[in-house]
Write a protein that binds this ligand. Sequence first.
Ligand SMILES: *Cc1c(COP(=O)(O)O)cnc(C)c1O
Length: 423
Amino acid sequence: MKKVPFVTKEQIEEIVKTYPTPFHIYDEKGIRENAKALKEAFAWNKGYKEFFAVKATPNPFLIDILREYGCGCDCSSMTELMLSHAMGVKGEDIMFSSNDTPAEEFAYANEIGATINLDDFTHIEFLEKTIGTLPETISCRYNPGGLFKISNSIMDNPGDAKYGFTTEQLFEGFKILKAKGVKNFGIHSFLASNTVTNDYYPTLAKTLFEIAVKLKEETGANITFINLSGGVGVPYRPDQEPNDIRAIGEGVRKVYEEVLVPAGMGDVAIYTELGRFMMAPYGHLITKAIHEKHTHKEYIGVDACAVNLMRPAMYGAYHHITVLGKENAPCDHKYDVTGSLCENNDKFAIDRELPEIEMGDYLAIHDTGAHGFAMGYNYNGKLKSAELLLKEDGSVQLIRRAETPKDYFATFDCFDIYKKMGF
Ligand SMILES: *Cc1c(COP(=O)(O)O)cnc(C)c1O
C-alpha cells in the first residue's frame, strides 16, 4: 500500500514559521478513527478495555484523546503511574504491567488503586512484604516458553524472553494468591511484538483462554479478565498489508465462544494494552535536509538524528520516508539519510530510493507515533524535539515544547557550573 503522509509541504511550511524542525507531529483524526474502530471491534465483550501502553507515547494530550474512547493506561514505571494519576485516570483504569519492579513502584501503584500485573512468581512475596495485605484483584503475566508460532511460522521466542511466570508457577501462584485472600484474578501475556497478521491475538487468546479454564478448574480462582497485552503491529513497509482490527476482534470472539463460554466463563473481560497499533501510524518526524555529501556514497544530512527516533539505529527498523512536495516524483536517487550523531548507525535510511533531495526539503519520516519520541535520549548533548498535534480542524497545537539547554543542564542545578551558564 502506498504510504501517504498526513501533512503536505504547504502545511509544514506554515508550521515551521512557529515551530522549527525537527518535531514530531500527530494526526488527531487518524488517532480518533483508529480508537473508534478498536472499540467497535471488541464491543461484543462487555468488560472490554484498552489500557494504552503509556511508554509508547507518554503525552497527556494524546492519551486524553484515547480516553474519550474508553481507554485506560498501561504503565511500566513510576513516572508513567504519576502521569496517569495526575491526568485523573481512575485506579481501575490503570494497569501496572512492569518487570524487575522496585518496591516503591509497587507501593505507589497500590496506593493509587492500579491493578498490579505481577511479572514473576517471587514478586508475590515481594509485593506482600512491600504493601502488607495483597489487593483484592491481581493479574499474573504468563510465559509458556518455547517458540510462538502461527501455523508453522515462528513469530517470536518467548522461551528467550525475561518476562512472566512459567505454566507451573502460574498454577502455584494462583493457589498461593487465593490462599492469601486475593478474590479476582487476571491473566496477561505478550508473546510476539509488532505482528502484522490478523491471527496473532486469536492465537494468543486461545492459549490464554485454555489455561484460564484449567486454572479455574484446578485452583478455583475467580478469573475476571484476560489481558492480551500489546503486539498488534503496523505496516512500517509499503508492501505490508495492515492489520484489520475488526477481523482481529472477530477472531478473538470466535475463540472466546469456543473455549470460555462452554466453561461457564462467558463473563470474563478482555483487556488489551496496545501501544504501537494505537499511535504509530499517526505520527511523523518532520526534518529538514541541511547537507548533502558526495563521497563513497550519497548522503543527505537532516536536522533530526537518532535521539529523535532511535528505532532505525537500534533495531535496523525500516521507517518510510516521504520527501514532502515530491510525493509523485520518481524515486531515482539512492541515499543514506543521516543524523548528526558521532555514531555511524545514526541513519534513518540506508540505500533508500528517493526522489532527488534539495537542501531545505522537508522529509516526513513515517510511523513515529509510538516508540518514537518516547525512546529519545540525549547523547551528544542533543535536545529532545517538540511534539505537535495536527487537530481535526487543521490547526496545530503544541503538546510538548522542545527541550532547551537549560533543561539539559537542569540536573547540574546544584552546582556552580549551572550558574556560570547564566540560567
Ligand atoms: C510495550 C508493552 C506494550 C505495548 O506494546 P506495543 O507493541 O506497543 O503494542 C503493552 N504491554 C506491555 C507490558 C509492554 O511492555
